[in-house]
Structure formats: structure tokens, C-alpha cells
Design a protein around this ligand. Structure first.
Ligand SMILES: Cc1cc2nc3c(=O)[nH]c(=O)nc-3n(C[C@H](O)[C@H](O)[C@H](O)COP(=O)(O)OP(=O)(O)OC[C@H]3O[C@@H](n4cnc5c(N)ncnc54)[C@H](O)[C@@H]3O)c2cc1C
Length: 415
């Protein structure tokens, strides 16, 4: 239910206000509402309806969703819809151009129906926002938070909506504000929360491509001298490409004609899927590792990219964020049962401590994949070969790696 600012009551009170209706904010809102609490979503994007074709979060990308994330989306009652356009990953194939090390992993050997799923972001958005509408969760857009003050344990929020000629504002309040407005959150910035930023000097180029041979549900991860390349299965003969390039050369790849681009991709990827026959629109995203220096304050919690934004090469950002959402919802449920205060600092600290290990491991995993496979020395190359071979041949090692990649490591939250 998209509401303009005017339609919101002044001084309205909510249990939870979520800033950012992207993949993380919308998922969190569904879980909070399921617990019977009042929730308001705010987004700066001008949503015309809750079924938009394109928003900053629900754009032309596709997301590799781990087995663990499927379970969380199922608990949020959206998986049944999402699964209509979710392509199962039956195998993962990791290789490096010009080297001999290869790792293969299959759902069968891990006794799973799939290793994970690939879902177009636009579809994920439509499913999440359809549920937001069904659950009558108000979405106030376009609007931004301009100030937050804490008074007697409640957060007082000033909201503003601007159009070409006028700026209107409203005051609302909440027991807890969730900040989920993406990388280098401007809402967290209002509170003076800073970020640690590490630039990779790279951009990810994304496009959907069509191949001569069917992909048979295989997700390819290939490391090339230009940068890592992932091809994720979408339909029988189409795959979602995420190809990392140095920031200096990205424009060249964006400007190429389709034919020249397909040939460049073919050279980097090889013949495993036969000829690359077509490529769709190409877009690019700057890559950096961004971590908020604080993830909570009394009455405030940062989730998703606002808290941590990762390199997409290992497909872990949203999966990590969803695990954070599920732990938050589990905590919220427990606190509600004892009629506690979810905004209390000790509870938010406990939640943050619980998430710290998974965050550190996943961030390290994604960061090291970029650095190790970005290294051109002969010795490091040899070590990579040995690593891929070891991973392929030692079942214990493989199962540890798989459980991390499939989002199954650690305790599962129930909410
Ligand atoms: C190329 C690429 C490929 C990726 N592939 C994968 C993958 O395969 N698997 C995976 O797990 N992850 C992947 N990721 C990461 C994943 O996209 C992110 O983890 C996810 O988008 C984070 O969602 P979010 O809701 O936190 O932030 P966002 O998606 O950035 O959403 C933020 C929302 O906040 C709104 N907003 C912004 N500013 C304001 C403001 N001031 N006030 C109110 N609202 C505001 C925006 O309009 C938007 O709706 C990939 C990322 C990239 C770049």
C-alpha cells in the first residue's frame, strides 16, 4: 500500500519504522508484521505502485539465493511465489582461465534438491512487495528521514518529501528504527555513524546472456586475468553474468557492440556452453567493501547493505543480510514474549554479538576470493590450483565450503 507523506497521520506511532524498502527492508517488514507489531516502511524512491518494474534494489540483476535463504523466505511466506521464477543450481563449477585447478560441487553429492537458486531481482521485489500489500504494511514513498531524536525511550522521526516546488514534512515515532537504506546509508549518516570503506578499484558488469548449449543448472565461477566472472543459470539457455573488471576498463566493455562483447566473453569463459549467441542490456556497479562503524545504538539497528556491503563475486551479500534479518526477528519474538523493549541497548548488543562471527567469516570469504584470485604471481597461482584441487577431492573440506556458500553454517534462527 504505497502512501504519500500527506496520507500519513501526523504524530503516528509505530512499533518499528524501517528506512529502505529494498530486499532487506521489505523482508524485515514482513517478519515484523507477522509478529503482530505495527510497522512502517519508508523509501526515497518514487514507487508508483507496489509492483514496480524497476527500483534501485529491484533492478536488472539476479541474485543467487542460498539454501539457507530459501528457508528464511519460506518462513516469511514468500518462497512459494518466489519459486515460480527461481532457477535451481544443481552444480557449481569453479575454474581459472589458463590453469589446471577445478572444483565441482553437485546438489546430489550434498543430498540436496539444489545448491541454491537464481532469482531475478525484479521478480523478488514483486513477490516481497505483493506480500507487503497483502499484509497492509504502509509504504511511505518517496520520503526521507531528515532527523531522529530519542525521547523517553522512543525514537522521534521527522520525514520529508520533496517535489519540484514544495517540501512537506511529518513527525512520527517508533520503538525501534531499522536502517536498511543501502550502502553508505545517508540515514545512518544523519546520526553521525561512519563507515570503513575499502575500494576494490573494480566494477561488476551485469547482463543476461544466451548460449548455444543448455546450462543444465550449472553455476560457473571462472577466474580470469581481467577479473572473476560468474554465470548463473536463469532458464535453459540463458544465464545471468556478473563479470568484474578494473574500473579503468569497465567503460570499454559497456561501450562494445553486442557482437564484440559476446566474443570477449567467449574468450574469457571458453566453450563450456557452446557459442555465446546474445547478450542483453549491460549495467555496471562500483565495488567496495563497506562496513558501518556502528551497527546499533539505543532504538536503532542497521541491517543489510547499510551495515555491510560486500563484493558480489561470491554471491553472499543478500544471503548474509537475510541471516541477520532472521536473527533479528527471532530476538524480537523472544523480547515481545517477555514484554521487553526491543530498542534497549543490551538487547541490540546481544543481537550484534550473535551476528559478529557469521559477518566476519562471510566478509573474509568474499574479500579473500577477490584478493587471492586477483593475484598474478606464479606461486599464488599454484596455491590456487592446489586449493581448487584439494576442495574437489576432500569431502570434509568440500562440505565445510559448501555449507558456508549455501548459508547453512552456524545456528538457524526461527521466528
Ligand atoms: C552486481 C551485484 C550482484 C549481486 N549478486 C548477489 C548474489 O548473487 N547473492 C547475494 O546474496 N547478494 C548479491 N549481491 C548483493 C545484494 O544485491 C545486496 O546484498 C542487497 O541488494 C542488499 O539489499 P538492501 O535492501 O540492504 O540494500 P539496497 O538493495 O541498496 O536497497 C536500499 C533501499 O533503500 C532505499 N533508499 C536509499 N536511500 C534512502 C534514503 N535516504 N531514505 C529512504 N530510502 C532510501 C533505496 O531506494 C532502496 O529501495 C549483489 C550485488 C551486486 C552489486
Amino acid at each position: 500500500m504505497v502512501k504519500a507523506l500527506d496520507m500519513l497521520e501526523n504524530e503516528a506511532e509505530f512499533d518499528v519504522v524501517i528506512v529502505g524498502a529494498g530486499m532487506v527492508g521489505a523482508s524485515t517488514a514482513l517478519g515484523v508484521s507477522d509478529l503482530g507489531l505495527s510497522v512502517l516502511l519508508i523509501d526515497s524512491f518514487a514507487f508508483q505502485s507496489t509492483m514496480p518494474d524497476y527500483t534501485p534494489s529491484y533492478d536488472a540483476r539476479s541474485t543467487a539465493i542460498s539454501w539457507g535463504s530459501r528457508d528464511i523466505l519460506n518462513q516469511l511466506n514468500v518462497w512459494a511465489d518466489v519459486s515460480d521464477h527461481a532457477s535451481p543450481i544443481s552444480h557449481v563449477h569453479v575454474s581459472e582461465k589458463g590453469r589446471f585447478g577445478v572444483t565441482r560441487m553437485s546438489a546430489d553429492e550434498l543430498k540436496r534438491e539444489a545448491l541454491g537458486y537464481v532469482v531475478p531481482n525484479q521478480w523478488l521485489g514483486q513477490c516481497l512487495l505483493k506480500k507487503i500489500e497483502e499484509q497492509q504494511i504502509p509504504l511511505c514513498a518517496p520520503a526521507k528521514v531528515t532527523s531522529i531524536h530519542s525521547v523517553d525511550g522512543r525514537q522521534l522521526i521527522c520525514l520529508e518529501a520533496k517535489d519540484a516546488s514544495t517540501a512537506r514534512s511529518k513527525n512520527i515515532s517508533a520503538r525501534l528504527i531499522i536502517i536498511a537504506d543501502g550502502t553508505c546509508s545517508s540515514t545512518a549518516g544523519l546520526l553521525g555513524i561512519e563507515n570503513d570503506v575499502e575500494q576494490y578499484g573494480q566494477h561488476a558488469l551485469i547482463a543476461n546472456i544466451t548460449t548455444e548449449l543448455p546450462n543444465d543448472g550449472v553455476a560457473y565461477e571462472r577466474f580470469t586475468s581481467g577479473g572473476p566472472l560468474a554465470l548463473l543459470p536463469l532458464t535453459e539457455r540463458s544465464s545471468a553474468l556478473v563479470w568484474t573488471h578494473d574500473s579503468e576498463s569497465i567503460q570499454t566493455f559497456l561501450d562494445m557492440s553486442d557482437d564484440v562483447f559476446c566474443q570477449a566473453l567467449q574468450d574469457a569463459f571458453g566453450e563450456r556452453l557452446g557459442r555465446i549467441t546474445r547478450c542483453g542490456a549491460r549495467n555496471s556497479y562500483p565495488l567496495r567493501l563497506v562496513r558501518a562503524k556502528e551497527q546499533y545504538r539505543p532504538g536503532i539497528l542497521l541491517l543489510g547493505n547499510a551495515a555491510h556491503s560486500l563484493h558480489p563475486v561470491a554471491g553472499q551479500g543478500f544471503n548474509l543480510a537475510l541471516r541477520g534479518v532472521s536473527t533479528f526477528l527471532e530476538t524480537l519474538k523472544k523480547v515481545e514474549l517477555i514484554q521487553g523493549d526491543i530498542g534497549e541497548i543490551s538487547i541490540l548488543k546481544g543481537l550484534s554479538d550473535e551476528r559478529a562471527k557469521d559477518q566476519a567469516t562471510t566478509i573474509l570469504f568474499s574479500d579473500q576470493v577477490v584478493k587471492v584470485f586477483g593475484h598474478s604471481s606464479l606461486l599464488v597461482g599454484l596455491a590456487r590450483d592446489m586449493g581448487l584441487i584439494a576442495l574437489n577431492n576432500f569431502p570434509m573440506l568440500k562440505s565445510v565450503f559448501a555449507s558456508q556458500a549455501m548459508g547453512l553454517a552456524g545456528k538457524k534462527a526461527r521466528f
